[in-house]
Design a binder for this molecule. Structure first.
Ligand code: F0G
Length: 463
């Protein structure tokens, strides 16, 4: 594969501190082996998330200086509204300070207790916001989307037959269908235009609106251009316009494909919903022309949304992530394939077959990556998802035990990716030295953010 070279040059640098292994051991021990609790300036390559971690362009920074901080009617709001209308095509545009607020506003307006929201796979905050209304979140991704070894090019697709069945059986209980592009919880996998058209047909048949969770829409559109027949000669903007034309609205965290550090929005066709949401917005976020953001932030989003449509940028972006995946794959490190748009997911079950899920192999890997190499990844496995069965009390472990290496946009060079690959490969060779973990403290919900753990004593090998 071609070496993905950066389609930008570097004008401002942020020095990285290289700290000693000794210092990292101290920090991770004090943190109770929880990677969320280590100081970020002790990390060399931080792959915790691609959210809010982008580097902005000179054009965006110039826009920041053009911030109009008027309480109402800021010119930046109009630029922002125009960018959203141009690309997404929805007339009513409501700014929020991040994606989950857009979700909360939408769901608290349109959901009631006992409702159901289908999605390919809900992202954690989307699921939590659906459940917060007493509604149920149903994941209807195609079966291939749950199989880490399937090479299906659009593993984010939603199964239209499952959707049709659910809308028939639960008639009147589904106020909207969501579709996450790309499907983050399924590995950053894209959804095809053909699938979106099918989902639209099913939604129309049942008279239910379709909303996109559009966080990574540009990456999704790039995969459509590259992988879907008949799409190769279309621009990303054309594909995006067609994609959103099949929907009735979207929620968006601009912290991803908005190329900014903070921001989000809701956009929709339904005027009545938008009015009700706007009233709520004024109550909890801010006036409708700023929605919890500064004028300068709105300007940076307006510019970021246009920049992210660049094919050169998207080829590099997805190429850099794929390159990291290829380096690991070639060395035999087990990863989820095909590599998604924003992250490489290591299959921790196969990486550490000697550590059972009850001893958190994913988290053991995360801890070792920080301790040995100063790299921060995040566990998406049993620490995050294992829960006792409501009836039997027995622990139920998630099917997938993954470690996510999420790549921030325009922040790290391909040499940084090589450093990460070499480190993971070295750790893979030394994997027999890693030990399982035990939880010593956990919160009742979302325990992975604050849990404390310790390493188990070495045991004689049983295999
Ligand atoms: N939807 C998806 C698909 C997401 O990935 C995220 C955030 C959100 C909604 C919520 O947006 O953070 O702006 O409130 N994902 C981040 C991640 C946190 O690391 O994957 P937010």
């Amino acid at each position: 594969m071609r070496f993905p070279a950066e389609p930008f040059r570097i004008k401002v640098v942020e020095p990285l501190r290289r700290v000693s292994r000794e210092e990292r051991v101290r920090h991770i021990t004090e943190a109770g082996l929880n990677i969320f609790a280590v100081p970020a300036d002790t990390i060399y390559v931080d792959l915790l998330t691609d959210s809010g971690t982008s580097a902005m362009s000179d054009n965006q920074w110039a826009g920041i200086m053009m911030g109009d901080e008027s309480y109402a009617g800021s010119r930046n709001f109009y630029n922002f509204q125009k960018a959203v209308r141009d690309i997404f095509g929805y007339p009513f545009v409501i700014p929020t300070h991040q994606g989950r607020v857009a979700e909360n506003l939408l769901f608290s307006t349109v959901l009631k207790k006992g409702d159901i929201v289908p999605n390919n796979i809900h992202f954690d905050t989307t699921r939590a916001n659906v459940q917060h209304q007493g509604a149920e979140a149903a994941d209807l991704v195609i079966d291939e989307g749950l199989d880490p070894s399937s090479l299906h090019p659009f593993k984010g697709n939603l199964d239209p037959a499952k959707l049709d069945r659910l809308l028939t059986e639960k008639k009147g209980r589904v106020p909207l269908v969501m579709l996450t592009v790309t499907n983050n919880s399924g590995g950053g996998q894209p959804v095809s235009l053909a699938n979106i058209r099918q989902v639209r047909v099913v939604c129309t048949k049942h008279g239910v609106p379709l909303f996109f969770d559009a966080c990574r829409f540009a990456e999704n559109c790039y995969f459509i251009q590259q992988r879907e027949s008949g799409q190769a000669n279309r621009s990303i903007e054309e594909i995006a316009k067609e994609l959103f034309s099949y929907g009735d609205g979207c929620t968006m965290s601009a912290k991803k494909d908005g190329l900014v550090n903070i921001g989000g929005f809701l956009a929709m066709k339904n005027e009545e919903w938008s009015k009700a949401i706007t009233n709520l917005l004024i109550l909890i976020e801010g006036f409708p022309t700023y929605g919890g953001l500064a004028g300068r932030d709105l300007e940076a989003i307006a510019r970021g949304l246009r920049e992210v449509l660049s094919e050169d940028y998207l080829a590099f972006r997805t190429g850099q992530v794929a390159h990291l995946g290829d380096l690991l794959d070639q060395a035999g490190v087990p990863i989820v394939k095909p590599v998604g748009g924003h992250a490489v997911y290591i299959d921790a079950k196969r990486f550490l077959p000697n550590i059972p899920q009850s001893q958190f192999p994913g988290q053991a890997l995360v801890v070792a990556l920080y301790r040995e190499y100063g790299i921060r990844a995040v566990e998406v496995g049993s620490l995050m998802f294992a829960q006792p069965d409501e009836k039997t009390g027995e622990m139920v472990y998630p099917k997938l035990e993954l470690v996510r290496l999420a790549v921030p946009r325009r922040v790290y060079t391909t040499e940084h990716m090589r450093y990460v690959a070499e480190s993971v490969i070295e750790l893979f060779r030394d994997r027999d030295k890693l030990r399982g973990l035990r939880v010593t403290y956990e919160a009742p919900v979302l325990r992975h953010f604050t849990a404390r753990l310790e390493e188990l004593a070495p045991e004689p090998a049983t295999r």
